[in-house]
Structure formats: C-alpha cells, structure tokens
Design a protein around this ligand. Structure first.
Ligand SMILES: Cc1cc2nc3c(=O)[nH]c(=O)nc-3n(C[C@H](O)[C@H](O)[C@H](O)COP(=O)(O)O)c2cc1C
Length: 195
C-alpha cells in the first residue's frame, strides 16, 4: 500500500499524541463513533485469527453503577500507590478511581481463551485490539485511559456483567478529554538490543 509522506508523519504524530486521559467532558460520543472505534479494535491481529476479544460497553446507568466497583478496586492498590506517588498525584489518582474522571463510557475488555491457544497469545491478542482502540480514540478527537485496576476485583466485575468463561484483562475509560496530560517520559536505554 502506498501512503503519502504526509500520512506517514501524521501516523507517527498520532502515536505521540496518545496520552492516558484521566479527566473528561460530560459529552457522550455518538454511537457511530463508538462503533468505529470498536471496529478499529477488531482490525487487530490475533493468534490463529481467533479474534478472542470481547468488549462490554458501559454507558448511562450501567456506567454509573460501575463506579462503585471502581472505588472498590482502589482499595486493593492504594497502599502500593501511596508509597510510589507524590501526595498530589496520589490524590489525583484516588479521585480518578472514584469518578473515573467523569468518563461517559467504560469498556471492559475480556479474552475468550481457547484450549488450542497459548494463554499469553490469547491475552496478547486482546491487548493488540486495546491499543488499536486507544489510537482510534485519538483519531476521533477522544481520549482514554486503559486500566488494569479492575483486575483487583475480577470476580465482582464478572458478576456485575453476568460474564462466565471469559477472562477480564482491563477497562478502557473513554470520552472527550478535559485536560492535556504531559507526555509521560519514555526510556529508550536497554529496551532494544540489536544482534
Ligand atoms: C495494561 C495497562 C494498565 C494500566 N492500568 C492503569 C490503571 O489502573 N490506572 C491508571 O490510572 N492508569 C493505568 N494505565 C495507564 C498508564 O499509567 C500509562 O499508560 C503510563 O503511565 C504512560 O502514560 P501515557 O499512557 O500517557 O503515555 C495502564 C496502562 C496499561 C497499558
């Protein structure tokens, strides 16, 4: 496929522009936009092309009800974060878990594991889709934050959704950004070895 140099520059700019957004405007993205983003997620490659991702999209009352679970997941990780984060960031993070930054949409991302596939391959396939979802959100003028925190309360999230025989991997909270987070520094040393 031939992409123009402009397109290539824009693509790399998009990768750089993606940030974890933790504060959102109240406007709800349209169903059309959400469907496009989910479609982009499902363009991802997957082991044996099993397309083992499963997404649960929470909006409205269901999203509001999920907040109490998010608050519970905070209790599981707050002690670790209290030691790692400076007090202002700790408080911001606590507030984020309590409000999810007012994100109007929460997408819970699951893997349908298959006995014919390695577990890590199944998990990795879902995360490939989650990254597509993150990038499509940026392309649509939205922001999102991928969250591993719900793993603290996996069983409760499963029963909240009525899910069986799927593995919860993460949540993605999504909406129109209401802040511009600074770029989190990237460490390039010792990440790549050329042989
Ligand atoms: C698998 C995964 C789990 C994450 N879990 C959380 C989380 O539970 N809470 C949170 O605030 N951010 C979470 N993040 C976001 C990271 O903190 C963030 O990606 C990292 O600090 C780099 O910042 P950036 O995304 O703005 O580049 C998670 C990211 C990934 C990929």
């Amino acid at each position: 496929m031939n992409f123009t140099p402009d397109f290539k520059d824009q693509f790399y700019s998009l990768l750089q522009a993606r940030r974890s957004v933790r504060k959102f405007k109240p406007e709800m993205p349209s169903r059309e936009i959400l469907e496009r983003i989910l479609q982009a997620a499902m363009e991802a490659p997957s082991g044996k092309n099993l397309q083992n991702w499963r997404f649960f999209v929470l909006t409205g009352a269901k999203r509001d009800a999920y907040l109490s679970l998010s608050q519970k997941s905070w209790l599981g990780i707050k002690d670790i974060l209290e030691k790692r984060l400076k007090p202002s960031l700790y408080q911001f993070t606590e507030r984020f878990f309590y409000t999810l930054g007012d994100a109007p949409v929460v997408i819970l991302c699951y893997s349908a594991n298959d006995s014919d596939e390695k577990h890590l391959t199944s998990v990795g396939s879902v995360y490939m889709a989650v990254e597509n979802l993150n990038l499509a959100a940026v392309a649509e003028g939205l922001g999102c934050c991928t969250m591993g925190a719900p793993l603290e309360i996996k069983a409760e999230v499963d029963s909240f959704l009525g899910v069986e025989n799927l593995e919860l991997l993460c949540a993605v909270v999504l909406g129109y950004p209401d802040h511009t987070p600074p770029r989190a520094p990237r460490q390039l040393e010792n990440r790549v070895r050329w042989l």
